[in-house]
Design a protein around this ligand. Structure first.
Ligand code: UD1
Length: 387
């Protein structure tokens, strides 16, 4: 019997987590799995979605719920009603959700509560969460709420690092549901690095072979408050006094920069540029995945409030300052290249010095960030249903 698996992606940081699962099933025909890809449409712009599917060699998802943007409640509700219809129609044996975005929690809630007579031993699909057990312990973060909710109701919890297990056990999750599989984002990173070399980004910016830094900012807590966004841009300008700092702009960040009258601080360059920037903040449209990897590999340092980039910099040995007071990915601080910066102007350049010193002193790639997490997940999925 082949097991029907519905694999859910919703937003930009999800794609590089679903891709390795998709590849592993596609490349191992002996596995008794039939996999279907669903996109909730939480992210929908070409630059936030379509380009990633191509870069990651993923097919167009066969189902797209087309939910788009909205308040947290409206977006979550739209995903839930759309996803319920899909489950009623498709009756999959397993639903796999990844990460911590609104789409993750919404699809998890629907899967855990639906009644589908005759489907599996629970009368509903098994719910699997990939990247379970990460905790920032900051419930002001919508992603933390999504993580806690999703983990609490998942039947199987696949983790990317050892510290996730005690986090889950402390919340009452039975240990037998937890499985340490490694980090699928690193599978995507490794597999796509060669293609990234072919990207035109660095040539377009005149930065090939030159020193530069890279920054990403999109978290509402950083960009929705004018004083904080201004302080971050000030700190960035100080760092960019010596070396150009490339700042690809998430749609939210770009909107806020304009809305708060900070547009003069960040010129958004059109590619290719006539003259290579020698210093200053270099605003750009969002980068595709291969462009981002090319930039990450060549940059001297990164400043970010992203979750995934903390992991990618650790895997690549690039000094990283995380512009947040906490992280759900402490392994990147304890073993990797990451340093947290308090949200104060002076603390940020100091944190960058710390991160550079840390990398010079030697760092480690965390356990099972080895490019084979997708294979382990696919095997575990097959065992789950057989067992
Ligand atoms: C979401 C995730 C966040 C992740 C981020 C990566 C949640 C709670 N948050 O945040 O964890 O780090 O994605 O990007 O799910 N927009 C567009 N085009 C798009 C998508 C969004 O212009 O294709 C704009 C819209 O103005 C929208 C805003 O971005 O209102 C925010 O999008 P949304 O999906 O609500 O959250 P993100 O901030 O992207």
């Amino acid at each position: 019997m082949s097991v029907q698996v519905l694999l859910v992606a919703g937003a930009r940081p999800n794609y590089m987590k679903v891709a390795p699962i998709y590849w592993a099933v596609r490349e191992n025909r002996a596995l008794p799995l039939r996999l279907e890809l669903l996109h909730t449409g939480q992210h929908y712009d070409e630059s936030m979605s379509g380009s990633f599917f191509r870069d990651l060699d993923l097919p167009e998802p066969s189902i797209n719920l087309g939910v788009g943007s909205g308040s947290h409640a409206a977006q979550t509700a739209k995903v839930m009603t759309g996803f319920e219809q899909v489950l009623l129609e498709k009756r999959p044996h397993v639903v796999v959700v990844v990460g911590d975005v609104n789409s993750t929690a919404a699809c998890a809630l629907v899967t855990a509560k639906i009644q589908l007579d005759g489907v599996g031993r629970l009368g509903r699909p098994l719910l699997v969460h990939v990247e379970a057990g990460l905790r920032s312990r900051d419930r002001r973060m919508p992603e933390e709420v999504n993580r806690v909710v999703t983990d609490a109701i998942s039947d199987a919890l696949f983790t990317t690092c050892r510290d996730a297990t005690p986090n889950l056990i402390a919340e009452g999750i039975p240990e037998e549901r937890i499985r340490f599989v490694g980090n699928p984002m690193i599978d995507s990173l490794r597999r796509t690095l060669a293609a990234a070399e072919g990207s035109t980004l660095l040539d377009d910016l005149g930065l090939r072979g030159r020193a530069f830094g890279l920054c990403t900012l999109h978290r509402p807590s950083n960009v929705d408050v004018p004083e904080i966004l201004e302080m971050l841009l000030d700190a960035l300008a100080e760092i960019a006094a010596d070396v150009p700092v490339v700042l690809p702009l998430h749609p939210r960040t770009r909107q806020r920069i304009e809305q708060f009258g900070l547009g003069e601080r960040v010129a958004v360059l059109r590619r290719p540029v006539r003259q290579a920037p020698r210093r200053g903040i270099v605003g750009l449209e969002p980068l595709s995945y291969v462009e981002m990897l090319q930039a990450l590999r060549a940059t001297q340092f990164v400043l970010t409030d992203s979750g995934g980039i903390q992991e990618e910099t650790t895997a690549l040995g690039v000094p990283c300052v995380t512009l947040r007071e906490n992280t759900e990915r402490p392994v990147t601080v304890l073993e990797g290249t990451n340093v947290l910066a308090p949200l104060e102007r002076r603390a940020i350049p100091a944190a960058l010095d710390d991160a550079r010193r840390k990398v010079a002193g030697g760092v480690r790639i965390p356990e099972l960030w080895d490019g084979r997490a997708g294979e382990r997940i696919a095997t575990a999925l097959a065992e789950l249903v057989e067992g």
